[in-house]
Design a protein around this ligand. Sequence first.
Ligand SMILES: Cc1cc2nc3c(=O)[nH]c(=O)nc-3n(C[C@H](O)[C@H](O)[C@H](O)COP(=O)(O)OP(=O)(O)OC[C@H]3O[C@@H](n4cnc5c(N)ncnc54)[C@H](O)[C@@H]3O)c2cc1C
Length: 479
Amino acid sequence: MLPTRPPRTTEPNSDQTRIESPHWFDWLEPDSASGRPRDYDHVIVGAGAAGLSLAWALLDHRPQDSILLIDRRSHYVNDRTWCYWNVQRTAFDDLATHAWDRWRVVAPGGGRGGSDWDVTAASKRYRYLRLRAIDVYQRTLGRLSRAENVRLALGRTVESCRDLGDEEGFEVITSLGVARGRRLYLGTGWNDGRGTRTNVELEQGSSGLVQQFVGWRVRLTHPTPVVGFDPTTPILMDFRCDQSCGPHFLYVLPDSERGGLVESTMLLPPGVRVGRERHEQAIRQALAEQWAARADDYEILETEAGRIPMNTQPAPPPVGLERAFAQGRCRRIGLAGGAARPSSGYAFVRIQRQVRALARGLRDPRVAPRKYDFLDTIFLQVLRDHPEQVPTLFTRMFERTQPDALARFLTDASDWGDDLSLILALPKLPFLRAAARSRPIWGPLLSDLVLEYLGMVDDALISRASVNPAGSSSPTGLG
Ligand SMILES: Cc1cc2nc3c(=O)[nH]c(=O)nc-3n(C[C@H](O)[C@H](O)[C@H](O)COP(=O)(O)OP(=O)(O)OC[C@H]3O[C@@H](n4cnc5c(N)ncnc54)[C@H](O)[C@@H]3O)c2cc1C
């Protein structure tokens, strides 16, 4: 029996931070000499993970440039948790509140004698880091607020952006004034986690899936909980929940024995939405069944929610900005800029890579090698073709692939040996069929992929020759 009484709730997401520094807000004042809207080198629309990280990276690489960030939110709260494997360094790793060296995946009924298929993977080299969004916001806002050339305008919704040409730049029209910028970055978030879609076109016509989730951070209040959380091991996927809407799993990040974040995640076809209450029901049920916790036995400390695109096809440029996109004067960033890994939805590390590449002025600021788009296109097709096999597929992948190789693969840092071990771990027939069906999507990637592969072979030859130069007079052996 599930509890019917609503659980007690402390003020959710009450850990707020407000930025009051006055120079952040004077950007709307027109330039006193010309009376025109102020001009900035960079205007960033959306000061979320990508916008703030981009401003941080611009300060590193172009410290003299002026930057304006615009966001419709009025303040920052701890609205999400970011996790990733520390395969590559980011500027925020030291903020991690947890760093686990093991993780678990569970599917019902796939184990011996019909028991659950329960896989725990332990890594020798990598940790699964957990960061609170509020800590990342505080660090970035702290640095940006000290920089005289950075302005942050909160509480302003961007309504439209107009391209005035190479010389003049862009005009950005907000609910409360106008600004001008030479370079424009659109990080308005495909979805801001509060249910408002800001870039609907990214979902429409998509060949992929959408990851929709709701999470509760709970604390068990019973003085002696019957079953505690296991603080040593996060559960990346637990498929022991209702699969009637499609693939559905619970994601559990323990704070301590007394509680943690319990998230209900569904993989849905584009355009399909499932009501929040279905997720909440799944969380309640898991708390009752796995931790013997009824509504009276826990309180909800924080909530989070979101929808992440799982899709290998980039969104078209917004209408009216096509030329600016082609010239690289305007870019999408973050989720809106295709930064989420299509097969998993992980985006945080990719966003860091994307904004660094942009700040360094790279013409093609790719978030990852092309091979991941290729592999993920086929993987997504399998997930769409065989939703009933999703629990088995993921559990098998975690059981049969060496944990370090899988961590590298999920962080876009795998070598061909890692990729091969993953391919060998998965059933061949559904993947071959999916490869045939998704050819129109991955086909156009093929030439890039071959070039990328040749580049890698070249790199490998160069590094081998430089390790053992005896056999050649130049690093490539050609000279
Ligand atoms: C709850 C949650 C948990 C996640 N957990 C992980 C994780 O563990 N690991 C991982 O790798 N990724 C995770 N992600 C995915 C991804 O890392 C985050 O979504 C990340 O915040 C994306 O950054 P972003 O800048 O693209 O979007 P956001 O951080 O959402 O920023 C977009 C900003 O644009 C603003 N905005 C929108 N429209 C307008 C407008 N018209 N005018 C002005 N401002 C506007 C919004 O207010 C918002 O501040 C998670 C996502 C969510 C929602």
